[in-house]
Design a protein around this ligand. Sequence first.
Ligand SMILES: Nc1ncnc2c1ncn2[C@@H]1O[C@H](COP(=O)(O)OP(=O)(O)O)[C@@H](O)[C@H]1O
Ligand SMILES: [Mg+2]
Length: 331
Amino acid sequence: MRVENVVKTFGETVRALDGVSLEFEPGIVYGLLGPNGAGKTTLIRVLTTLLKADSGYAEVAGVDVRADPVAARTHIGLAGQFAAVDDYLTGRENVEMVGRLYNLSAEEAKRRAGELLERIHLDDAADRTVRTYSGGMRRRLDLAASLVGRPQVLFLDEPTTGIDPQSRLDLWELIRDLIATGTTVLLTTQYLDEADQLANQIGVIDRGKLIAQGTGDGLKDRMGGSVIELHVADDERDRTLEALRAISHEASFETARKSIRLPAPDGSLTLLAVVRRLDESGITAQDVALHKPTLDDVFLTLTGRGAAEAEAERESTKQPGRRGRRERSAV
Ligand SMILES: Nc1ncnc2c1ncn2[C@@H]1O[C@H](COP(=O)(O)OP(=O)(O)O)[C@@H](O)[C@H]1O
Ligand SMILES: [Mg+2]
């Protein structure tokens, strides 16, 4: 898959894709990680020929999607952010219908549906109308439908967003299973752990641009392993930041969550140092926590602003925000 400088604007103000470029080998799972509004779905829509880019080049399975959308489509499977299944049909009928859309014979569509429903563990519910399905079951069904045409390249747009934690684990396992056969996958997600679990390579997207690329471990290493997050009273914030910068000058305040964060390369030892330092400075924290890096942490390190903040900014302006890095210490 190859994407070069793709730009897509909506109206005069929204630059959903602002010159995004990425490239990866067939057979891998590429995780595109970014907050709400970063441009993930727009990129998927361009790559799956549902939307024409303003400029730039995109190639899927060796096919130029702009020059030859019809050929590109024959190689593509798509499971969207909102499961596109028909409520009034049964699970089986849904998958069979997609098979027919892919020009399978009635018999072949039926066979393929049966096989896929079994693979996604929906055989028991296959003959119930989709109306009765849970969110997780719908996602699984949508996934099955995206595989009917045996696509070379599969697009999964936020496959687990809005799904409860247990179904999420089940879906991860299912996705891993389904893609073990060497399908090329572009998966989008807002969760670092999801990209980490499923993808061989991760790209971080912000404001319609790729801002970092690497493995999950590589991205987490930028955070130095773990993160300490704490809350203090507003009027103690500056003093706390100053005190903690003696431990890490990357200590920063994240506006959206109103929390102070710093990398904790030595895990609980760093935590201990933080607690000591606060105590020495006579600062009382409302809470102090040590956790694994999230998208928020990676994002904060890369852009100087948190993912939630990026989303809020995007929502409020509906256009790419100010260019350049915002001052880390800005409060
Ligand atoms: N059809 C559209 N018309 C106008 N703005 C759009 C449209 N689709 C997406 N956008 C805007 O483009 C930006 C990127 O959206 P999207 O690609 O859906 O992001 P993501 O999938 O990463 O959440 C957002 O600011 C969104 O509001
Ligand atoms: Mg989206």
